[in-house]
Design a protein around this ligand. Structure first.
Ligand code: OGA
Ligand code: MN
Length: 295
């Protein structure tokens, strides 16, 4: 089958036809998807009724998997609903019951409603994320994507010069702290130790620059804290203006791939204490830190 991609938004996002994710891909298909990711940064596949194993096999075409686990969550291994290769982005517990309103996992997961880039809190942050919709609520729960290349391009020259070599610190402590979720155990705090990331990234294939923003970014190295926070907030506001944003309304069995190096995303609210939203994510590991890490 020939891969066909139709652009859905003026600056990014492609809808893909001609691939069955249940089957092994040909090298040509993988190359077409890779090229599509470089160009569109977000790719949408419809009608892909896949199993976890099929999702994992498809994902491995694009690199090594980044495994979820203590570095990225508060969920203990014994409480996990899914296998070790999948990030559980659902609102379900191990027994497939929706989380109670005050459940700690639910409150932690509410952080996904903030604009972010996946695992920007890891020293080597993620390349791609692949999110499969197994069950969706009747209303709400859209996922929005923002193109950080277009957001960078739109900055004035003085701002581009100012941010070129800035380095931020990212941590789940910052993103969860924004929501007032700050009751973390000593183990969790140790797992979520801040890491450094460049604020401007350059795509290794296209050479395009992008703003590397995320709710996890809590400060700029060498800046007074309030100045860093308000500067990041201003950048975030400008970078998520409607002209840079695509809203994805999910259908069951959609799979969406996004490039965390070039985009941010967030989920919108839905009735998560009554309706089921079963979303499963595989993540492709990045290949290098964006900056030398502090000792
Ligand atoms: C994610 C995420 C958004 C969603 O999987 O990384 O942020 O729509 N999910 O569930
Ligand atoms: Mn995410």
């Amino acid at each position: 089958m020939t891969v066909k991609i139709r652009q859905l938004h003026p600056v990014f996002v492609g809808e893909v036809d001609g691939v069955d994710l249940k089957r092994p891909l040909t090298p040509d298909q993988v190359a077409a998807i890779d090229a599509g990711m470089d160009r569109y940064a977000v790719l949408i596949f419809h009608d892909q009724d896949i199993t976890d194993a099929q999702q994992t096999a498809f994902s491995r075409n694009f690199g090594d998997l980044e495994l979820p686990g203590a570095a990225s969550n508060i969920t203990k291994p014994a409480d996990r609903r899914l296998g070790p290769e999948l990030a559980d982005v659902s609102n379900l517990d191990r027994e497939n019951r929706v989380f109670d309103r005050t459940d700690r996992h639910r409150m932690f997961n509410l952080g996904n409603r903030l604009w972010h880039s996946d695992s920007s809190f890891r020293a080597i942050p993620a390349k791609y994320s692949l999110l499969s919709a197994r069950a969706i609520p009747a209303t709400g729960g859209n996922t929005e994507f923002a193109d950080m290349r277009a957001a960078y391009d739109a900055l004035d020259d003085a701002t581009k010069a100012e941010i070129e070599d800035l380095v931020c610190e990212h941590s789940l402590i910052y993103s969860r702290g924004l929501l007032g979720f700050d009751e973390l155990s000593d183990d969790e705090k140790a797992n979520f130790k801040p890491v450094r990331q460049r604020l401007v990234r350059t795509h290794p294939v296209t050479g395009r620059k992008s703003l590397y923003l995320s709710a996890h970014a809590g400060t700029i190295v060498g800046w007074p804290m309030p100045e860093a926070r308000i500067f990041l907030r201003d950048l975030m506001e400008d970078a998520t203006k409607p002209e840079f944003v695509h809203i994805h309304e999910w259908h069951p069995h959609d799979l969406v791939i996004w490039d965390n190096r070039q985009t941010m995303h967030r989920v919108r609210r839905f009735n998560d204490t009554t309706e089921i939203r079963d979303m499963r994510r595989t993540t492709i590991a990045g290949d290098a830190p964006t900056v030398t890490q502090a000792a």
